[in-house]
Design a protein around this ligand. Structure first.
Ligand SMILES: [Zn+2]
Length: 187
C-alpha cells in the first residue's frame, strides 16, 4: 500500500491559524460512535457525533464528525511498534499509534463552519474524507454556490476562507483531543 500523503492534525491547525489566529473554541464532548480499522486500506477511522450548541431554526440538532488516520500498520501480534488491540471482522489485530503531529489524516464534519470555511480547501490539500459535501442549500437553506465551487454566502456574507487554507473545525479538534485524553492517539 503506497503511503498516503497529505496533512496532519498539527499541520491543519497551523494552516488554520493563518485565517484564525488564537486557540480553537471549545465545544461539547464527542459521542464516539465507531472506531473502524481497515487492514488492507491501512487506516483507522473514528466517527462521532456532537450536539449542536448553536442550533438555528431548521438547522441540524447534531453534527456528524469523521476523522481518518492514514498509514496505520496492523499486525497479528502485539509489539512495541503495534501495541493497540483492535478487531476487524472478528479478527484481532494490533495497530500503530496515531500521532497528531505525524499521522496523515482526512476528515469531515457536517457543521456550518466546516462547510463554509474548510471543506473546499481540505479537498484541495487531500484532507477531506468521504465525498464532496452536499449543495449548501441543503446545509443551511441560506446560501448560493458560485461556479468555481468555493462556498460563498448569500449577499452580504461573502467568502469566509479568504486565506484559502485548509483547517479543522472545533468538533474535529475536540474529537482529536478526546482521543489523546483516552490514550488512543499521541500528540
Ligand atoms: Zn464541525
Amino acid at each position: 500500500m503506497p503511503k498516503f500523503r497529505g496533512e496532519t492534525i498539527a499541520s491543519l491547525i497551523a494552516k488554520r491559524s493563518v485565517l484564525r489566529p488564537g486557540s480553537i473554541p471549545s465545544t461539547g464532548a464527542p459521542h464516539i460512535l465507531k472506531r473502524v480499522p481497515n487492514i488492507r486500506g491501512n487506516y483507522w477511522a473514528v466517527r462521532a457525533k456532537f450536539a449542536a450548541s448553536d442550533k438555528v431554526p431548521g438547522g441540524q440538532s447534531e453534527y456528524d464528525t469523521v476523522l481518518v488516520f492514514h498509514n496505520i500498520e496492523f499486525e497479528e501480534n502485539k509489539s512495541s511498534k503495534c501495541p493497540f488491540k483492535t478487531t476487524a471482522l472478528g479478527h484481532v489485530y494490533y495497530m500503530t499509534i496515531p500521532q497528531l503531529s505525524k499521522t496523515m489524516v482526512r476528515l469531515s464534519c457536517t457543521c456550518a463552519d466546516y462547510y463554509w470555511t474548510w471543506w473546499y480547501y481540505n479537498k484541495k490539500y487531500n484532507a477531506l474524507s468521504g465525498v464532496d459535501l452536499p449543495h449548501p442549500t441543503k446545509v443551511t437553506g441560506l446560501s448560493v454556490r458560485q461556479t468555481d465551487g468555493k462556498p460563498y454566502g448569500s449577499s452580504g456574507i461573502g467568502e469566509r476562507n479568504t486565506a484559502h487554507k485548509p483547517g479543522i473545525c472545533k468538533h474535529i479538534n475536540s474529537l482529536a483531543n478526546e482521543l489523546v485524553a483516552e490514550g488512543r492517539v499521541k500528540k
